[in-house]
Design a protein around this ligand. Structure first.
Ligand code: ATP
Ligand code: MG
Length: 457
């Protein structure tokens, strides 16, 4: 028997698109133009899944959700929201929605989300498990990105979340290292436990040891009572060691021991105690260099980086920029704001040395300074506009090394970058480079560039 799906949307064309796509995918679909009509259909023949638009005149999606859940708690409800109304989606998730999709969505995403949702039907008995999975999903969603590079990051995050292995997140400042660390925790079996963060670079050296491991009363002048360290506070959860590359050398053996033996000893204490902590660390330092300089112990490095996770800088995943712009407009309460073509070009072309953090700050400032709902190139800060004024598609940042650089090498890099940027689609990459496809293929052969297996078109 085909699973039954009920679609509720007051937008006739979107309703038809949904209906058509899901019928194509083999479901038994009915559709209603309003919440009231939808509930009537729901009562006549209860479906396994209800997909409802959020914003509708009359009953809105949240009311539909509550009515459905009130009558039949095990029926799954998915909400459709306009892109950027993430807050609303989160509210719906809290009220028991199974998932949400944002408009505009593509066909594959829709089918995948629905297929996943339907895997859960009939598992009412496992409602608790379902609920805890839902809370992860919301957490995870807040990492925005659809570029192949970010997809890779997501895949690793998903895979490693449930293991106990230490993860070392590397990446430039503002690339989302802390966000990813929090997602790993939220997706892990430890999500019910604490997530405790400590910034190894921000805490004065002589306080860091007791901050990490705690101290006993009288251990040193000023230790007027016992102090619980962050390791202990994270017991049963995840400890996030931020800027771990800056951990003083003299503390490194103690950290290594805590990781290896899973025991800690507070400063001035007389015994060690067991603990159950998963460590996720992050750094934006060049660890190879720190190792070579002897500033970081190799054994500790290998302990921390059982799973290395590199977050690419924003300029290497420019496809994500338009999405991030929209997301941050919405996050700052201005989902109605858009960018004109030229402004968007310049924003995509800019090098973003401060990565996502810089982009978010820029959006915030643009939203405050804007004069209308459309942001134009004139509204952009000079550093972004100057860069863009070389021509809308010139975003190339070329830092030539003092000792010289081979033109062939440069050409090779440009070809690879264009291919990566276009998901290894040769036609698209050739168009991007303004050369015929055979020219691109010739260059690929010349430089021995081959399409990676998985991303092949
Ligand atoms: N992919 C993303 N989607 C949405 N928000 C993001 C993303 N990446 C980063 N951010 C946001 O950008 C800001 C910076 O991210 P975060 O603090 O995680 O960076 P970081 O790599 O830890 O930076 P630093 O090295 O400077 O500490 C945060 O507000 C974070 O929520
Ligand atoms: Mg950080």
């Amino acid at each position: 028997m085909k699973p039954k799906i009920l679609i509720i949307d007051d937008d006739a064309s979107l309703r038809r698109v949904l209906e058509y796509n899901l019928q194509e995918a083999g479901y038994d679909v009915t559709a209603a133009p309003s919440g009231e009509d939808g509930l009537r259909l729901f009562n006549e023949e209860p479906p396994s899944l209800v997909i409802t638009d959020m914003k509708m005149s009359g009953m809105d999606g949240l009311q539909v959700l509550k009515a459905v859940k009130g009558q039949s708690p095990e029926t799954l409800v998915m909400i459709i929201t306009a892109f950027g109304s993430v807050d609303m989606a989160v509210e719906a998730m809290k009220a028991g929605a199974y998932d949400y999709i944002t408009k505009p969505f593509n066909r594959d995403e829709l089918r995948l989300t629905v297929a996943k949702a339907l895997q859960f039907t009939g598992l009412a008995a496992e409602n608790r498990r379902l609920k805890s999975e839902l809370s992860d999903r919301t957490e995870f969603r807040t990492i925005i990105g659809s570029s192949p590079l970010m997809e890779k990051v997501f895949a690793i995050v998903r895979k490693v979340a449930d293991s106990e292995a230490s993860v070392l997140i590397t990446g430039e400042s503002g690339t989302g290292k802390e966000l990813v660390a929090r997602s790993i925790h939220a997706l892990s079996g430890r999500r019910g436990g604490p997530f405790v963060a400590i910034n190894c670079a921000a805490i004065p050296r002589d306080l860091l040891e007791s901050e990490l491991f705690g101290h006993v009363k009288g251990a040193f002048t000023g230790a007027i009572k016992d102090k619980t360290g962050r390791f202990r506070l994270a017991d049963g959860g995840t400890l996030f060691l931020d800027e771990v590359g800056e951990l003083p050398l003299e503390l490194q053996p103690k950290l290594l021991r805590a990781l290896q033996e899973r025991v800690i000893e507070p400063v001035g204490g007389t015994g060690e105690s067991k603990l159950d902590v998963r460590v996720v660390a992050a750094t934006n330092l060049d660890m190879e260099k720190a190792l070579a300089d002897g500033a970081f112990r190799e054994d500790l490095y290998y302990r921390l980086s059982v799973i290395p996770l590199h977050l690419p800088p924003l300029r290497e995943r420019r496809d994500d920029i338009p999405l991030l712009l929209k997301y941050f407009c919405a996050k700052h309460g201005s989902s109605e704001v858009g960018f004109d073509r030229q402004a968007l070009h310049m924003l995509v072309d800019y090098a973003w040395p401060g990565n996502v953090r810089e982009l978010e700050n820029t959006v915030e400032r643009l939203l405050i300074m804007r004069t209308g709902d459309t942001i134009t190139s004139n509204d952009l800060p000079d550093k972004i506009r100057v860069n863009g004024s070389r021509g809308p598609s010139s975003g190339a940042v070329i830092n030539l090394p003092a000792e010289g650089y081979s033109l062939e090498q440069l050409e090779r890099e440009v070809v690879v970058a264009a291919l990566e940027r276009n998901a290894w689609n040769q036609t698209a990459a050739a168009r991007f480079l303004r050369v015929p496809r055979h020219t691109l293929i010739y260059r690929m052969e010349k430089y021995g560039i081959t399409t990676p297996e998985k991303s092949a078109p």
